[in-house]
Ligand binder design. Structure first.
Ligand SMILES: Cc1cc2nc3c(=O)[nH]c(=O)nc-3n(C[C@H](O)[C@H](O)[C@H](O)COP(=O)(O)OP(=O)(O)OC[C@H]3O[C@@H](n4cnc5c(N)ncnc54)[C@H](O)[C@@H]3O)c2cc1C
Length: 345
């Protein structure tokens, strides 16, 4: 595994780098200068130069949670740091260290092949391991935060490598310390703590239905079921450009929920923190009649109103224009504000 102690090697510099195939919306986008980061020890030199020249900069993993403009000025760091290894194991858990550029789904598959079950509910989420903590990825009742021990980052504020313990990462629903401090941290390595006791989590409706006749599924069966459900529900970015869920599920106070549910008896919601209720953003959008609608080159996916799609030649402006229409209408109808999930560069 690459580590900051290794001999520094220069990052490959690519002027006018085409990013169309490095963002799942498939947006036409060119980076003025891209640096391919294959090892953590390439970062200090790159960032030293970028900060000295006062260039704009950002990090790009797999591009599955971003909205890119036509031109990305300044420097774009393409995170390709690989490597995964078991670094410790005791009676209760296994510690696994993984490079920030490793493909998330491949890592999940690897954990099962090597008998470290736990991450199977998070199968088939696109993107890299290094980006996963940024918005604390989650699916089917599991969030990555539950499995993180610590994270190794380059802190551009002090221009040094730092290790952040899980508690310092301030994980919350689709949120973290990294997201709260954009353009500061570059995740080079994530250390996971996978407990040795395993329990199936199949309480989410889709999984519960899948296992109606099998109360004790194996991790592999859950992994396969999650993959199957996701392939049926979500559009494949290789076929139609998208960034998964486009809006976060809004969390509202119980009093507001009580008022809403009196007007909309079929309002879809889930329990949340005490005094709060989480609404299904997809349901709200669907009620406003957007599902399957098209606005020029972009639209709302026909099978899932929470997913915005690029039909081919859409731009960031097209996507954000449609998002604004949806936000305005949902606010008019329900008095609820929808927050955009992907990062707008
Ligand atoms: C079809 C589809 C389904 C999806 N389903 C889910 C889901 O179920 N649950 C879920 O939570 N998300 C989901 N997503 C969103 C996305 O997969 C995740 O947010 C993923 O973690 C993004 O990874 P990435 O490498 O593509 O990040 P990118 O899109 O490249 O970047 C996302 C953000 O992270 C930052 N970043 C990336 N790498 C690093 C790094 N090494 N260090 C610091 N910052 C970094 C970027 O600057 C940017 O702000 C889905 C997306 C798609 C397209």
């Amino acid at each position: 595994m690459n580590s900051p102690q290794n001999t520094p090697a220069q990052a490959k510099l690519m002027p006018n780098a085409d990013l169309k195939h490095r963002n799942t919306f498939g947006l036409d986008s060119v980076a003025d200068i891209a640096f391919e980061i294959n090892a953590a020890n390439q970062i200090p030199a790159v960032m030293g130069d970028v900060l000295e020249k006062n260039l704009q900069w950002r990090v790009l993993g797999g591009g599955s949670n971003v909205i890119l403009p036509k031109v990305l000025s300044g420097a774009t760091l393409l995170m390709n740091i690989t490597g995964k290894e078991v670094i410790a194991s005791d009676q209760s858990s296994t510690l696994i260290s993984v490079g920030g550029g490793v493909n998330w789904h491949e890592f999940v598959a690897w954990t099962l092949e090597n008998n470290f079950p736990g991450l199977e509910n998070l199968a088939l989420i696109p993107g890299t391991v290094g980006a996963a903590p940024i918005q604390n990825i989650g699916a089917y009742g599991v969030e990555i935060a539950q499995y993180i021990d610590r994270i190794e980052v380059f802190d551009t504020k002090i221009q040094a490598f730092v290790t952040l313990a899980k508690e310092a990462c301030q994980f919350a629903y689709r949120d973290s310390y990294f997201k709260q401090n954009p353009n500061r941290f570059i995740v080079t390595k994530v250390v996971f703590r996978v407990p040795k006791t395993w329990q199936a989590r199949i309480h989410y409706a889709d999984l519960a239905k899948q296992f109606a006749n099998n109360a004790n599924p194996t991790p592999e069966e859950i992994f396969l079921a999650v993959c199957k459900i996701r392939m049926l529900k979500l559009p494949d970015p290789n076929v139609i450009g998208n960034a998964g869920s486009f809006f976060q599920n809004p969390v509202i106070p119980n009093e507001q929920y009580e008022t809403l549910v009196k007007k909309h008896a079929d309002l879809v919601s889930y329990p949340d923190a005490p005094g709060k209720r989480k609404l299904a953003a997809g349901w709200l959008i669907d009620q406003c009649g957007f599902k399957g609608q098209r606005m020029g080159e972009v639209g709302v996916y026909a099978n899932q109103a929470l997913v915005l799609v690029n039909h081919g030649n859409g731009t960031a402006q097209d996507i954000l224009g449609l998002a604004k229409c949806i936000q305005d209408k949902v606010h008019r109808e329900f008095g609820v504000s929808l927050v955009i999930e992907p990062n707008i560069f």
